[in-house]
Design a protein around this ligand. Structure first.
Ligand SMILES: NC(=O)c1ccc[n+]([C@@H]2O[C@H](COP(=O)([O-])OP(=O)(O)OC[C@H]3O[C@@H](n4cnc5c(N)ncnc54)[C@H](O)[C@@H]3O)[C@@H](O)[C@H]2O)c1
Ligand SMILES: [Zn+2]
Length: 380
C-alpha cells in the first residue's frame, strides 16, 4: 500500500460486492502495489484507449512489473463510438487470445467509455470475472467508475445494452487530470456539481468558492481541490448506490438534469459532451422546479451562475445549430429509456441540495420550460 498521506480511501458498502475507492496523487505509478491485495492471480488484462495508452500505459505496466504481475493489453480507439458490440467483441477476442482465465482481473484504464465497455466485457467473459476501474477523466472519477453501471451503445440508443457489475476496486490518480483538456474537465465538473444540487448545499457553496480555482490548470492548489471534489462526489454517489444499487428508487436522483441532457445530446448529434448537456439540463430542471412553485428564482440564478462562471454552457443555444426546437427535444424525452408507462420521472428540487423525484409533470410545463429557458437564458 502507498503511504496513506498520498491517498484517501472510501468503502462502497454493498455486502459481498463491497469495494474500496482510492483517490490520490501518483497512483498510476503505485498501481501494482495497491491492486495486488484484490487480485486472484498475479495476472491482469488492461483495456485502454489510444490517448490514455500514450500517456499512462507504460507507467502503469511498470508498476505491475515491480510486483511481478503479468499483463496483456488492448488499445482501442478513443471516443464514444468505441462503446459498441464490435469493440466488445474485440476485447473478448483479445482476452481469449491472451489466455485470460476466470481468475484474471481486467483493468479499465481510461475515461467513462473505457470503463463502461470494459466493465461490461468483464461481466460476461466466462460469465463474469473481476475488474478494476482506473478512471482518468474527471467525469469517470466523480461518476462513471463508481456504482457498477456498465454497457455499450446500440443503433437504438446510448447505454441500452449492459449490466450492473461492480468493480473490485477503483483507483483514481488525480494527477492524470493534468493532461485532460479543459472542455473534458468542465464536463466532469458538471457531474460533480450535480451532487451539490441533489442533497448537499454545503458542497455547492464550496464549489462556488473554489470551483474556478480547482479547474485552473495554473493553480498550485488544483490537485488538493480536485481531490476534495472527487472524494465528495464519490461519497455522495456511494451513499445513493448503497441504498439503491439497481435504480429502483432514489438512485434516479443521480439523473438530475439528465432527461433534458439526453434529448439535447441526441439533437446535437452528440457534438455536445454529456457533461455539457447535463449543465444545461440542470438549469432546465431548476427552471421547471421554479415554474411549478418548488424553488425560487434565486435558486435558478445561483445554479446558472456557478456553471457559467467556470465556463460551462447553460443553454443549448450556446451551441451552433440552426433548428433547435422544443418539440424535437420533447419528442426525444418521451423516447428515453427511463420513461415508464408513458410517464417521465423528473428530478425536481425544492432548492439547492433538495432534489426529489416527480412523475406527474405535464408535458406542457416541460415544453414551456424549454421554450422559456432558451429565450430567457439567451438574453444574458
Ligand atoms: N457507468 C456510469 O455510471 C456512467 C456515468 C456517466 C457517464 N458514463 C459514460 O461515460 C462516457 C463518457 O466518459 P468520459 O467523459 O470520461 O469520456 P471518454 O472516456 O471518451 O474520455 C474523453 C476523452 O478524454 C481522453 N482521455 C481520457 N483520460 C485522459 C487523460 N488523463 N488525459 C488526456 N486525455 C484523456 C479520452 O481518450 C477521450 O478522448 C459516456 O459513454 C457515458 O455514457 C457512464
Ligand atoms: Zn451523467
Amino acid at each position: 500500500m502507498p503511504n496513506s498521506d498520498d491517498f484517501d480511501s472510501l468503502l462502497v458498502n454493498l455486502d459481498s460486492r463491497s469495494y474500496e475507492i482510492f483517490v490520490g496523487m501518483g497512483l498510476v505509478d503505485q498501481a501494482g502495489k495497491v491492486i495486488l491485495p484484490v487480485l486472484r492471480q498475479k495476472r491482469v488484462f488492461i483495456v485502454t484507449d489510444e490517448n490514455v495508452a500514450k500517456l499512462y500505459l507504460e507507467r502503469f505496466e511498470k508498476s505491475l512489473d515491480k510486483e511481478n504481475i503479468a499483463h496483456n493489453s488492448i488499445i482501442l480507439p478513443a471516443g464514444e463510438k468505441t462503446k459498441s458490440f464490435d469493440f466488445l467483441n474485440k476485447i473478448l477476442d483479445a482476452m481469449f487470445e491472451s489466455h485470460c482465465e476466470r481468475s484474471t482481473t481486467v483493468i479499465a484504464l481510461g475515461g467513462g467509455v473505457i470503463g463502461d465497455i470494459t466493465g461490461f466485457a468483464a461481466s460476461i467473459f466466462m460469465r463474469g470475472i473481476d475488474f478494476i476501474q482506473v478512471p482518468t477523466t474527471l467525469l469517470s472519477q466523480v461518476d462513471s467508475s463508481v456504482g457498477g453501471k456498465t454497457g455499450i451503445n446500440t443503433r437504438h440508443g446510448k447505454n441500452l445494452v449492459g449490466s450492473f457489475y461492480q468493480p473490485k476496486m477503483v483507483l483514481t490518480d488525480i494527477e492524470t487530470l493534468d493532461t485532460l483538456d479543459k472542455r473534458q474537465l468542465l464536463a466532469g465538473f458538471a457531474e460533480a456539481a450535480k451532487y451539490g444540487l441533489i442533497d448537499n448545499l454545503k458542497f455547492w457553496s464550496w464549489l462556488e468558492k473554489n470551483g474556478k480555482n480547482a479547474l485552473n490548470s495554473d493553480n498550485a492548489e488544483r490537485h488538493s481541490l480536485r481531490r476534495y471534489i472527487v472524494m465528495k462526489s464519490c461519497t455522495a454517489k456511494a451513499k445513493i448506490v448503497e441504498k439503491d444499487e439497481q435504480e429502483n428508487g432514489i438512485r434516479a436522483l443521480l439523473n438530475l438534469g439528465h432527461t433534458f441532457s439526453h434529448a439535447i445530446e441526441i439533437e446535437a448529434d452528440y457534438k455536445i459532451l454529456h457533461g455539457e448537456g447535463v449543465a444545461i439540463g440542470m438549469v432546465m430542471a431548476f427552471s421547471l422546479s421554479e415554474k411549478l412553485g418548488y424553488c425560487s428564482s434565486d435558486d435558478v440564478i445561483r445554479v446558472k451562475k456557478l456553471l457559467e462562471s467556470v465556463g460551462l454552457p447553460t443553454t443549448f443555444q450556446d451551441f451552433e445549430k440552426k433548428d433547435w426546437n422544443a418539440d424535437n427535444l420533447c419528442y426525444h424525452m418521451n423516447r428515453d429509456k427511463k420513461v415508464k408507462n408513458s410517464k417521465i420521472t423528473f428530478v425536481l428540487a425544492k432548492g439547492i441540495g433538495q432534489a426529489f423525484l416527480n412523475s406527474e409533470v405535464s408535458s406542457n410545463d416541460v415544453f414551456e420550460t424549454i421554450t422559456a429557458c432558451s429565450a430567457k437564458l439567451n438574453k444574458h
